[in-house]
Design a protein around this ligand. Structure first.
Ligand SMILES: Nc1ncnc2c1ncn2[C@@H]1O[C@H](COP(=O)(O)OP(=O)(O)OP(=O)(O)O)[C@@H](O)[C@H]1O
Ligand SMILES: [Mg+2]
Length: 237
């Protein structure tokens, strides 16, 4: 088996440390994700799924334990290295797309590259447009987000997450506010990138039907991993 892409051991997360409302929401998480894995993260509301995703996404540090990404222990990294690792290794898709409303679909997809590498080059622009064509938005390249449907906006968000070709995409309820049909489309799209480019996905979902279409299902209950198993029922899309 190849070296894990990310590896958490005994990770804990406490909010409000040192205050009256101190609360530990993750209680010793051990989890490794391999390159190319397509994993569902499920569990009741409040069980800590988003918190775990934020830790893996280097958006917040763990309170205790060790988190390694691409073999590097994150606790000892300088802020600049964390930012660089986030840009090169991680893509994000959220329930509400968080597209920048004043920018077109193409410009939104160009944004991570602009932040990580500076001014846009013609090659990067063409790649952004190719990605948008790939997600079925070839005729919407210069539309503003508000002129797109929810499903189309989520497609832009996926193209944006993939724009720097990260080995891992973290998706927090990416289909949460979509109808069943659009949710299916978005899910199939992620699976296609997974199969074609070997991009690993960790997808939070409340939809058991979608979880059943992942290769592995990790279940979080009350801040602890209550289940973690390969999903043998999965059929290729
Ligand atoms: N910034 C914060 N400060 C204090 N407590 C927080 C903070 N963020 C989350 N929590 C608490 O941590 C727990 C886990 O929250 P989290 O958002 O990770 O759950 P979740 O599994 O994603 O839930 P949902 O399915 O509803 O999105 C909850 O009890 C929540 O109230
Ligand atoms: Mg959540």
């Amino acid at each position: 088996m190849s070296a894990p892409l990310v590896e958490l051991s005994a990770v804990r997360k406490t909010y409000g440390a040192g205050t009256e409302v101190e609360v530990e929401v993750l209680h010793g998480i051990d989890l490794a994700l391999a390159p190319g894995e397509f994993t569902a993260l499920v569990g009741p509301s409040g069980s800590g799924k988003s918190t775990l995703l934020n830790l893996i996404g280097l958006l917040e540090p763990p309170t205790a334990g060790s988190y390694r990404i691409a073999g590097r222990e994150t606790a000892t990294l300088a802020e600049g290295d964390v930012t660089a690792l986030r840009a090169t290794h991680l893509g994000f898709v959220f329930q509400f797309h968080h597209l920048l409303p004043a920018f077109t679909a193409t410009e939104n997809v160009l944004m991570p590259g602009l932040i990580a590498h500076g001014p846009v080059t013609p090659e990067r622009r063409e790649r952004a447009r190719d990605l948008l064509r790939d997600v079925g938005l070839g005729d919407r390249l210069d539309y503003l987000p508000r002129k797109l449907s929810g499903g189309q906006q989520q497609r832009v968000a996926i193209a944006r997450a993939l724009s720097l070709a990260p080995p891992l995409v973290l998706a927090d309820e990416p289909t949460g506010n979509l109808d069943t049909h659009s949710a299916d489309d978005i899910f199939r799209l992620m699976r296609r990138f997974n199969e074609r480019s070997g991009t690993a996905f960790l997808i939070v979902t409340h939809d058991p039907r979608l979880a059943q279409r992942c290769d592995r299902i990790v279940e979080l209950i009350d801040g602890q991993i209550a289940g973690d198993a390969p999903n043998l029922a999965h059929r290729p899309e």
